[in-house]
Every structure is written in structure tokens, then in C-alpha cells.
Design a protein around this ligand. Structure first.
Ligand SMILES: Cc1cc2nc3c(=O)[nH]c(=O)nc-3n(C[C@H](O)[C@H](O)[C@H](O)COP(=O)(O)OP(=O)(O)OC[C@H]3O[C@@H](n4cnc5c(N)ncnc54)[C@H](O)[C@@H]3O)c2cc1C
Length: 495
């Protein structure tokens, strides 16, 4: 029975073709909708059938119902079709179902690849090596620091993210042995593979700032690059009654190169709303030559906005040490003539971002090389290791030169999966990552500039983003939408 007939047979009221139906009283919602329509018609005389102009409420509801139904069915079919499209043909999947895919690191990079492999081949043999029982949604740290998310909103149980078909080795990688196609874990397990994906990310490097740990233990210093520290930062920010904020941006590669700026700008806005802006000095010290060098168009747009708010930016300054007792941040400034000098800045609140490094098995193992800061040595397009063709890199730890963001992983994961499957099937790996990444730049509470960009720093998909405008819509998308995209699309392998 069609949807249309179903409606008719239960309406019991009608115009034209609908009038022949008999109500059997089973579908009360339909009956009442139809009755309402009839009453409206009688009341305002606007029913077409009654010779009036316009469209009756009943008809409008019917069209709305048809529209909504079509949308739901269309989306379901689209979703089903999309899901099917991620699969490889069954005869190919059968050929490689015993191939061992091992993923080192079960965060967003590793899990997106692992889940997508299983979308491609539900029978795939996928193992994930991850020591943590709790997964942190790191893009949420900024929002915890700003008091927009509670800490609970930035974490999930790792077990809830692991697909039932993934084998989880609940342990840490101690060594990679690529010449023997195996990984040794901290507890001495030996995990052998045919293809290995390395997604161990990057971590703060405490050695890059003298007195780093002592500083973070003090009452005037915090960093949003750690969940507990984000909670602390939020408290310090809220309790601040005036004085000097010093905010830092380090040398070298940085996880989410927008986060140190975002928390600085949100803090300033917080104190402005709290009515104490005139009691606060805000100074941002960055090693870079401008605020957002990877994307010049955004840099040009955001810099005047930030400067107009009285935030002082200091370029070519690298944080070197913290004098915790004296509350002094110590920087090295590179001068135009190439010389350097020490700059000391007193603080009442210090947002400290040190340098970053990869975890030890990558940094000190056989998978890196000279000149890339201990990152995984990969081809920046195929994401294949430069020396071991059956090893691929994903995410922050891979030396691609792309931004170290989850948005980057969304674009890299399909490339890694396609290339591994091609290789397993004895085909040339042809998929290429184009350097695309994205950034939600939170400029103040309720406002965000959203953009995507390529390896050259050109804005892409501008027609969607209108990137150089701070909008409320993109703020809501960042706060409410991106986390769902991460959790439900990426971690389920739908990207
Ligand atoms: C403050 C902040 C704000 C951010 N904002 C954004 C944003 O707005 N948008 C955006 O797209 N991105 C943002 N990011 C970046 C994003 O979170 C990272 O790019 C992303 O988490 C990188 O994923 P990954 O899988 O490469 O590494 P990670 O997420 O760092 O995960 C590495 C995984 O490897 C595991 N691991 C480490 N060592 C070992 C070992 N020896 N053996 C086995 N496993 C190991 C870890 O436990 C971890 O699970 C932000 C990050 C931070 C910190």
C-alpha cells in the first residue's frame, strides 16, 4: 500500500480522490490532522477545493509530509549508497582478508583508518595498539579552557570507540622493527603485520622550556594542551582580577597551530565581558613572523581585528624558560640582523605552550630520518613511508608539512586506506593527499572564522566558508557540529 493510499484510507475526510476513504479509527494522527484541515477550511474559507485562493492547511501538511518523507527516504538511500560505496568488491576483499593490518595509536588518526578499513572490507584483519583506556577529544581542550565545554564533554571511553571487529592490543609500542615487519610492545608482546599504519601523534616536549613542569605546577601558569591543565586554565582565567597575561607560541611544529591564539583571544573577550578589560594587559609572544602564516588571507583578515582589541603581538620570540618564583617568562628574540637577545616578561597569568615532539618509538626508532624533527618519514602525497613501503603515516606524527589537526586526518585517512588496499591487491598505490586541512578560528565567544586550506596556504571551498568573516554560525558549528563529525563520521570510518 502506498503512503498516499494509506493516508487516504484513514482520513475519512476528503477532497477529490481522498473523499472515498473510510476511517477505521486506527491512525489517530492522520485522522486528527485531516480533521484539523477541515475545520480550518470551514473557518477561513481558504481551501482551494472550496473555491478560495491559496492552499489549505491540510494540503500544506500533506506536501510537508511528502517533502519530509522524501527527504528521509532520500537520505536513507543516500546513506546506504554511500556506505556501500566505501566497500571494495567482494572478490577483492576475499583475496586480502588474511592480510594483517596493524595500526599503532588508537586516537583519531589510527581509529579513522582502522574503521575505514573495516568499512571497505568488513572481514578485514585489523589490530589497533593503544595503551589508553580514555580517549580525549583534544579539539575540545580549547573549549574546556574557555569554560564552554565541561571536562566530561572532551572525553570518551576508548572501549566505546573500538569497533567490535578490531583487535585491541591494550599496550604501548616500545619498538618498531620494520625489517622484520613487527612491533614490540612495552609488555613484550610481538605484533606482526603485513601493513602498518603509524598514528602516535605528537606530545609536548618538556625539555624545550626550562622549568616547564615546575611552571605548570604553580598557581599562575597553565596550558590547554592537556585536559587537566585546561580545567586549571579555565579556573585561573575566571579568577583573574587584573594584571598581565603572557601567552606563548613555540618554535617548530605545533599541534593545532591556531589553539594558542584562540585561547588568548577568548581570554581577552572573557575579561572584556566581565568588565575588567581595562585592568588586564594581554601579550602574545610567538616564534612566527605573523599571527597565522599558513594562510595569508586569514592572517590579513584577523590581525587588524585582534590588534584593534588591544592585544599586543610580539613576533620572532621563542619561549625558553620560566622563572617560576619571580613570575617571569624568558624568551629568545631573533632580530632582523640575525642576532638574538633575551627578553624577560613579568606575568600574572602565563599560557604556556612548549615545543612538541613525537613519542620515543618514532623519534628514536628506525622510522624517522635526519632533518624532520623526529617525525615519521613519509611521502607527503601517498603518505607511504619513504623507506618501508608497507608502512604508512597518519596524523600529527607524520612529516607531511600539513597542519597538525583532526581536519587534516579527515582528508588523509581515505588516502592511506586506498593505498594500502591497492598495495595488498598488487596494484600501484595512486591515491594522493593534497595537503588540505581546516581550522575553526575562535576569535571571541560566539564568533568563529572557519576555513579550509591547501599545502600552499590557499583557501579552498571559499563559497562554503566565507572564511575571513567572524560568524556566529561557524561558532555553533565548531561547538556543536565538529565534535559529532569527529565522533560519528570519522571514528566510524565514514570519511
Ligand atoms: C588544544 C588543542 C586544540 C585543538 N584544536 C583542533 C581543532 O580545532 N581542529 C582540529 O581539527 N584539530 C584540533 N586539534 C588537533 C587534533 O586534536 C590533533 O590533530 C589530533 O588529535 C591528532 O590525532 P593523531 O591520531 O595523529 O594523534 P593523537 O590524537 O595525539 O593520538 C596519538 C595516540 O597515540 C597513542 N600513543 C602514543 N604513544 C604510543 C605508543 N608508544 N604506543 C601506542 N600508542 C601510543 C596515544 O595514546 C594517542 O591515543 C587540537 C589539539 C589540541 C591539543
Amino acid at each position: 500500500m502506498s503512503e498516499e493510499k494509506h493516508f487516504n484510507s484513514n482520513s475519512g475526510h476528503g477532497e477529490g480522490g481522498e473523499s472515498g476513504g473510510q476511517s477505521n479509527g486506527q491512525h489517530a494522527d492522520h485522522v486528527s490532522a485531516a480533521q484539523e484541515g477541515t475545520q480550518d477550511t470551514a473557518a477561513d474559507g481558504s481551501d482551494e477545493a472550496a473555491g478560495g485562493k491559496g492552499i489549505s492547511r491540510r494540503k500544506a501538511l500533506k506536501y510537508l509530509g511528502i517533502g519530509a518523507g522524501t527527504l528521509v527516504v532520500g537520505s536513507a538511500l543516500g546513506g546506504y549508497g554511500y556506505k556501500r560505496s566505501l566497500r571494495i568488491p567482494a572478490h577483492e576483499a576475499a583475496k586480502i582478508k588474511n592480510v594483517r593490518f596493524v595500526v599503532a595509536g588508537g586516537s583519531v588518526g589510527g581509529l579513522t583508518v582502522a574503521a575505514r578499513l573495516l568499512r571497505a572490507m568488513p572481514e578485514a584483519n585489523v589490530t589497533v595498539i593503544e595503551p589508553n583506556a580514555e580517549h580525549h577529544y583534544q579539539p575540545g581542550y580549547t573549549l574546556v579552557g574557555a569554560g564552554v565545554y565541561t571536562p566530561e564533554e572532551a572525553k570518551w571511553d576508548q572501549k566505546d570507540l573500538m569497533h567490535s571487529s578490531m583487535k585491541w592490543v591494550h599496550d604501548a609500542v616500545a619498538h618498531f622493527e620494520p625489517d622484520r615487519n613487527r612491533v614490540i610492545t612495552a609488555r613484550g608482546n610481538v605484533v606482526e603485520y603485513d601493513y602498518l599504519v603509524v598514528g602516535l601523534g605528537v606530545q609536548m616536549n618538556p625539555n624545550s622550556v626550562e622549568n616547564f613542569h615546575e611552571a605548570l605546577e604553580s598557581n599562575h601558569v597553565a596550558t590547554i594542551y592537556d585536559l587537566d591543565q585546561s580545567i586549571k586554565y579555565n579556573k585561573l582565567m575566571q579568577d583573574f582580577r587584573g594584571g598581565q597575561l603572557v601567552s606563548t607560541y613555540p618554535r617548530g611544529y605545533v599541534k593545532c597551530g591556531g589553539a594558542p591564539q584562540k585561547i588568548t583571544w577568548l581570554s581577552e573577550d572573557y575579561w572584556r565581558s566581565a568588565g575588567i578589560r581595562d585592568k588586564v594587559e594581554v601579550d602574545f609572544y610567538t616564534q612566527r613572523h605573523t599571527l597565522f602564516p599558513p594562510v595569508p588571507d586569514v592572517d590579513n583578515a584577523v590581525k587588524p581585528l585582534i590588534e584593534a582589541r588591544g592585544i599586543r603581538n610580539h613576533y620572532h620570540h621563542t619561549i625558553k624558560a620560566v622563572d617560576v618564583k619571580g613570575r617571569v617568562a624568558i624568551f629568545e628574540e631573533e632580530r632582523p640582523d640575525g642576532s638574538t637577545r633575551e627578553v624577560r616578561k613579568q606575568y600574572d597569568l602565563l599560557h604556556l605552550v612548549p615545543g612538541f615532539r613525537t613519542p620515543e618509538p618514532v623519534r628514536q626508532g628506525p622510522l624517522t630520518r635526519e632533518g624532520i624533527g623526529g617525525q615519521l618519514s613519509v611521502d607527503r602525497e601517498t603518505l607511504q613511508h619513504t623507506h618501508y613501503p608497507n608502512i604508512f603515516g597518519i596524523g600529527d606524527g607524520a612529516a607531511t608539512g600539513a597542519a597538525k589537526t583532526a581536519a587534516t586526518i579527515r582528508k588523509q585517512a581515505p588516502v592511506v586506506v586506498a593505498n594500502m588496499i591497492d598495495m595488498a591487491l598488487d596494484r600501484e598505490p595512486v591515491a594522493k593527499y593534497d595537503g588540505a586541512s581546516g581550522c575553526p578560528l575562535l576569535t571571541r565567544y560566539g564568533r568563529c572564522m572557519m576555513f579550509e586550506f591547501d599545502y600552499e596556504g590557499n583557501l579552498v571551498n571559499e563559497w562554503i566558508y566565507n572564511s575571513t568573516r567572524e560568524t556566529r554560525m561557524w561558532w555553533h558549528f565548531k561547538v556543536h557540529g565538529l565534535k559529532r563529525l569527529y565522533r560519528h563520521a570519522m571514528l566510524n570510518g565514514f570519511v
